[in-house]
Design a binder for this molecule. Structure first.
Ligand code: CA
Length: 357
């Protein structure tokens, strides 16, 4: 019905103006060239290649009507200027993680990872079939940016440490690279969180600028060689239980596209989102085996006592973020309500099944 209406409207436009069939600033036969800036090192496994994959999909699906050139961090703009670059239209697209932009808008943090929050499967359910995507769109609207989910890492690792973590007091005084809400929780536990772009983590850890770091998981951590800079590798990634990577799209550039290309861009993001999770799920254990068996990494689980304390600190931190502004509160309320609903379902499905298989 909608499609028929659209065709009808487009036909009228064509008759009335005698020019463009599509009510957009771009002609149907025009070749569009977009730039995508990213917060990742160029071609970095999973993240950078995920952005490349998205760019290729858009070109293929559009039959070459749009080409997207991907830039690694620092090639066009530094990692943490990706948001501004897309906002002002220096690039039409960006690929990053929304917790990097908490300085722009606090509510952004809920769309990447919430400590002890939802898994990848649950995040996608909230974004696509809860109210998540609408709220994310509302959050970025003042910046002229349209967001999309553009990848997911699944549950991450707790990170790399040079000291054993036996109790919560072992986090005191710890300078750790850990962005977003997880970083706020570390601060509450007496540590000092730093947000450092991926490409600078290894050197920061090796030279003692930081004492510890989290990055992603075995597949990505092995690629950075983090095992050469720290002794202990802890799990689980309580702070990032299913991190959504994001695609940023300049609103004007998107609105200038004909409807079919808009749909191609949006749906290519959905494909890239799903494919990245599949890649991490496929490759993480192979990389973990390499880390443990070849590089003799000391793999440890965080003690339950530490996790329980971190969980209670997380609840405090998240509740406080919700009080910072009305939008954060609205997002928090939607996130928490959906989390509880999906948790109840997963308590009788995924959880029971994973424990028994
Ligand atoms: Ca991480």
């Amino acid at each position: 019905m909608k499609r028929r209406d659209f065709i009808k409207t487009a036909g009228i436009t064509s008759l009335a103006t005698g020019s463009s069939v599509m009510a957009s600033a771009v002609r149907a036969d025009e070749k569009i060239k977009w730039k995508m800036v990213t917060t990742w090192p160029k071609n970095f496994p999973g993240l950078g290649t995920g952005a490349n994959n998205l760019a290729s999909l858009i070109t293929e699906m559009s039959g070459g009507r749009i080409t997207v050139k991907v830039y690694g961090a620092k090639e066009l703009v530094p990692a943490f200027e990706v948001f501004d670059a897309v906002s002002r239209g220096t690039a039409q697209m960006g690929h990053g993680a929304s917790y990097y932009w908490k300085g722009k808008t606090e509510a952004a943090q809920f769309f990447s990872a919430v400590p002890f929050g939802m898994t990848a499967q649950e995040m996608n359910a909230w974004l696509y079939h809860g109210n998540g995507m609408n709220l994310w769109t509302e959050t970025y609207k003042p910046f002229g940016i349209i967001p999309a989910a553009g990848g997911n890492t699944g549950v991450q690792m707790a990170g790399w440490f040079n000291r054993e973590i036996k109790s919560i007091s072992d986090l005191q005084g710890l300078k750790m690279r850990i962005p977003g809400l997880g970083g706020e929780v570390l601060k509450r536990a007496g540590g000092t969180p730093l947000s450092i772009p991926g490409g600078e983590i290894f050197t920061s850890l090796k030279t003692g600028v930081i004492d510890a770091t989290e990055w992603v998981g075995p597949y990505n951590d092995l690629a950075f060689g983090l095992h050469k800079a720290a002794k202990y590798y802890y799990y689980p990634g309580w702070h990032e239980p299913g991190t959504t990577l994001e695609v940023l799209i300049n609103e004007k550039a998107y609105n200038d596209l004909p409807k079919d290309l808009q749909s191609i861009v949006s749906n290519a993001c959905k494909v890239a989102n799903q494919d990245m999770l599949a890649e991490y799920t496929a490759r993480n254990q192979i990389a973990l085996d390499t880390l443990v068996n070849q590089h003799k990494v000391d793999l440890r689980k965080l003690p339950d006592e530490v996790l329980i304390k971190l969980k209670s600190l997380s609840e405090e931190v998240i509740a406080e973020v919700a009080e910072k502004d009305p939008l954060s509160k609205k997002v928090f309320q939607s996130f928490t309500k959906f989390s509880q609903q999906v948790k109840n379902w997963h308590d009788v499905s995924e959880r029971v099944y994973l424990n028994i298989r």
